[in-house]
Ligand binder design. Structure first.
Ligand SMILES: [Zn+2]
Length: 420
């Protein structure tokens, strides 16, 4: 084996997934971590788990923040544990989105809406309810089946250029092509965006929602970094990627979802009928003024993350020394980055609870914290409930408001530890 073909040699000098430049600058190094959706079954407790480096780099040429790919999309997506419909606020967000798109782009029974990574149909169901024809494109067979069962036509495929051309031939071209949290989660971002260019109708509109890197950095959301989340996108870099594939971003919205997301609106570069909005120019300039086209802007994040970890551990150590009982709420992917990076196991959290029955009875990856149904909180009567999906803290603190009956308090770990 020659030195350059050894896997470790390759790992040390990998290149940008968009522009191909060598990646040399660390964004943040979160150490070794297991795949965050690999929940451990009781019969697997005596087995080892694979851990991979969770080390994000920033490209010096295009400023795409990214992780290396250690696992194939097949391994991640074929049986995915994330069912979007378990979050009521996310389903409501999807309903409002559908209403807005139907009105803004005059979608009706003659239109076609397609969603990439359509999950369990949580979003397309709102178009179906209004009589708009849809097709879900979902790589995980078990979640696609859930969509089909609720009346959302779905095809089980991993989207890219080849599948984009196949779907155009089999189903026609969509007037609205959307993807939420897919841009960041697909390793081959060029194949994804190239496929959208192929599939979209000439007059069609693309919308994509993804976490905004500027907000991630401003609010210490390092726990949203996990192996399945390959790219961390600023607006300026996203615009560059889409332009490379012949798609112009003509509008953008800043949303509160997932701790601060962008919803971009794209169209074929050739389709000048949709004018580029002032919001595009304003956000682009705001990021440039904030330094997002300089490497210096990204270099301080690693120490900011270490400081956040020290504050969370100080709180937990103090609580345990005062004899307090602490229990987690939720077992989201982001929680697993936080727990592994901070070294939080059952020494700090007795267990965690999650509304998703797929996760109940299993253990968190790496940290092996038991996951129970939310009702277990009532029996345990914890002093503190650490909300791991902090982006849903409002929803959770209402759903589990009963912990206040015995003096329990909610705690969020991000942007820094805080008792609510
Ligand atoms: Zn690059």
């Amino acid at each position: 084996m020659s030195p350059s073909s050894h896997p470790l040699a390759r790992a040390r000098s990998f290149s940008c997934r968009f522009c191909g430049a060598a990646l040399e600058t660390t964004f943040v190094d979160l150490g070794m971590s297991p795949l965050c959706e690999s929940y451990v079954r009781p019969d697997q407790l005596a087995e080892m788990e694979p851990f991979y480096p969770l080390h994000a780099y920033v490209c010096g040429q295009c400023f795409l923040v990214q992780l290396q790919e250690f696992v194939t999309p097949d391994e991640i997506f074929t049986e995915y544990a994330y069912f979007s419909s378990y979050s009521t606020s996310w389903v409501e967000h999807a309903r409002r989105y559908a209403e807005t798109m139907i009105a803004r782009f005059a979608l009706g029974t003659d239109s076609k809406v397609m969603e990439i990574a359509s999950n369990d149909g949580y979003l397309l169901q709102h178009f179906v309810a209004r009589g708009v024809p849809v097709l879900g494109i979902e790589p995980a067979a078990n979640v696609a089946k859930a969509a089909i069962d609720k009346g959302v036509p779905s095809t089980v495929r991993f989207f890219g250029r080849k599948v984009g051309a196949e779907i155009a031939a089999e189903h026609g071209r969509p007037d609205l092509l959307l993807g939420n949290n897919v841009l960041a989660h697909v390793p081959d971002i060029n194949d994804l965006v190239g496929g959208m260019k192929i599939l979209l109708a000439p007059h069609g509109v693309i919308t994509m929602e993804f976490p905004h890197l500027q907000r991630l950095m401003a609010e210490n959301q390092f726990d949203t970094i996990y192996h399945e989340h390959f790219s961390y996108l600023s607006f300026v870099t996203t615009e560059r990627i889409f332009a490379h594939h012949g798609i112009t971003i003509f509008d953008v919205e800043e949303l509160p979802t997932h701790g601060g997301s962008l919803c971009i609106y794209g169209r074929h570069a050739e389709n000048a009928a949709l004018a580029v909005s002032g919001r595009v120019r304003e956000l682009r300039q705001r990021e440039i003024d904030d330094g997002f086209l300089t490497l210096e802007r990204y270099r301080g994040f690693d120490e900011q993350v270490r400081a956040t970890k020290r504050k969370l551990l100080s709180f937990l150590i103090d609580a345990k020394q005062r004899g307090k009982k602490v229990i987690g709420y939720g077992a989201p992917g982001k929680g697993n980055t936080l727990l592994n990076y901070c070294g939080i196991r059952t020494d700090f959290l007795d267990f965690t609870v999650d509304a998703n029955p797929y996760k109940q009875g299993k253990f968190t990856p790496g940290t092996r914290i038991p996951i129970r149904a939310p009702e277990a909180l009532r029996e345990a009567r914890p002093d503190y409930v650490l909300i791991l999906p902090w982006n849903l803290k409002d929803e959770i603190s209402v759903q589990a408001a009963y912990i206040r009956d015995w003096g329990g308090k909610f705690v969020v770990p991000i942007p820094e530890v805080r008792v609510l």
